[in-house]
Design a protein around this ligand. Structure first.
Ligand SMILES: Cc1ncc(COP(=O)(O)O)c(C=O)c1O
Length: 378
């Protein structure tokens, strides 16, 4: 590990959120479901005050507490806790994966657009990025043949995220199989960001860790489970790969707090109680959004997401989506994310994971802003 991280490109989405997340009233920009409170967790996962009182703030272990790793392994892995490392959000996992496994000049195939951490860290290391493009003109449908044409003997890592942030695109099981075969053929790592894997409106995909030994899959409680402030993520990989990550973690975060680990373990052991509520809400909100889009066709165009709670809308008549999102935040009190945070200027990311009344209010305000913008242009 050199000193590349100090020269890394600024994280555009995080900068946007820093500026607007805390001073907007209505959040239809974030990529996760409505967040839970501790009071709700008491109800949903049976945590008690007595359990909190019993916590002693000792160190935890480098990979995470055994109970939490077992819970993660049995829900998303092959049951073996030795394949699990618990991290401070999945962001830490991404940081450890890239810095632990990549070298200058390695080729990295990565989706474009994409959550920035999934490519900027590799870029800062000096890797060559080979973008696998999801294009609006093709309804953001991932073309696996194209991915296969980008993979060769110089490919060190293939990085994907399905269902995808920000488009909601996904692939079929057959395409996943094809991708795994292509990656396995050259012996590259397959990094599978499964942040939204439990939030799908059709088929869900198996974890590639079950099929291919050089897979590294990433999970988080931040998106589908409504707990971004808990800062709990993980990665599933072979113990050999995880040992590289421990080596780096010894210099940064060391381990998680027993407090976070207790809550996270209980949440994962009762994960269905949380996901069922939020998936139902996401389905309902998606219908509301879909109707709204139908009624606003002169202003916006979209591809209906297959998973997650984001849609990457194209604004038909607005060339500067960043200026429009600034107006949305400053004048209408609504958080949206400009496409520039994903290198796609004429789109905006709309998150529909919020409460249904918030979604209605956010969409009402968005209608007003679009109409006002149109009147100004005339
Ligand atoms: C695809 C994807 N992966 C990972 C993350 C990181 O989230 P966290 O660190 O909260 O787990 C995000 C956050 O937006 C994301 O969109």
């Amino acid at each position: 590990m050199g000193n590349h991280i100090s020269g890394i490109t600024p994280a555009l989405l995080e900068i946007w959120m820093r500026k607007y997340y805390f001073n907007t009233e209505i959040d239809i920009g974030s990529s996760g479901v409505e967040n839970f409170s501790l009071a709700e967790l008491y109800q949903l996962v049976g945590l008690t005050q007595e359990e909190f009182d019993r916590i002693v703030f000792h160190d935890s272990s480098s990979l995470g507490s055994l109970g939490l790793r077992k819970a993660i392994a049995s829900r998303w892995g092959n049951g073996d806790p030795e394949q699990v490392m618990v991290t401070h959000g999945s962001s830490e996992a991404i940081f450890l994966i890239m810095n632990g496994l990549l070298h200058p000049d390695d080729e990295v195939v990565v989706l474009d657009p994409c959550y920035q951490q999934l490519f900027s860290i590799a870029e800062s290391i000096g890797c060559r990025l080979k973008p696998w493009r999801l294009q609006f003109k093709h309804n953001f449908v991932p073309n696996v043949e194209e991915a296969k044409s980008l993979i060769n003997s110089r490919t060190r890592m293939v990085v994907v995220n399905f269902p995808h942030n920000p488009t909601g695109a996904s692939i079929t099981r057959e395409q996943q199989e094809e991708l795994i075969v292509a990656v396995a053929k050259v012996g590259a790592y397959l990094v599978w960001d499964a942040a939204f894997s439990d939030l799908t409106y059709g088929l869900s995909l198996p974890n590639p860790i079950l099929q291919y030994e050089h897979s590294i899959s990433i999970g988080t409680l931040s998106k589908a489970y409504g707990l971004p402030g808990l800062r709990c993520g993980w990665c599933l990989a072979s113990p050999d790969v995880l040992s590289h990550f421990i080596h780096m973690r010894d210099y940064i975060t060391l381990h998680l707090s027993p407090l976070i680990e207790l809550i996270a373990q209980r949440v994962i052991e009762n994960a269905d109680n949380l996901i069922n509520i939020r998936l139902q809400q996401a389905r309902m909100n998606l219908e509301i959004l879909s109707e709204w889009i139908e009624q606003h066709q002169e202003f916006v165009d979209w591809v209906r997401p297959q998973g997650g709670v984001c849609a990457f809308l194209r604004l038909r008549n607005i060339s500067d989506s960043e200026a429009f999102c600034q107006i949305m935040a400053n004048t209408y009190g609504v958080l949206l994310v400009p496409g520039i945070c994903f290198n796609h200027q004429d789109h905006v990311r709309l998150g529909f994971g919020c409460s249904t009344p918030h979604l209605h209010e956010g969409l009402n305000r968005l209608s007003k802003a679009l109409i006002a913008e149109q009147a100004e242009r005339r």
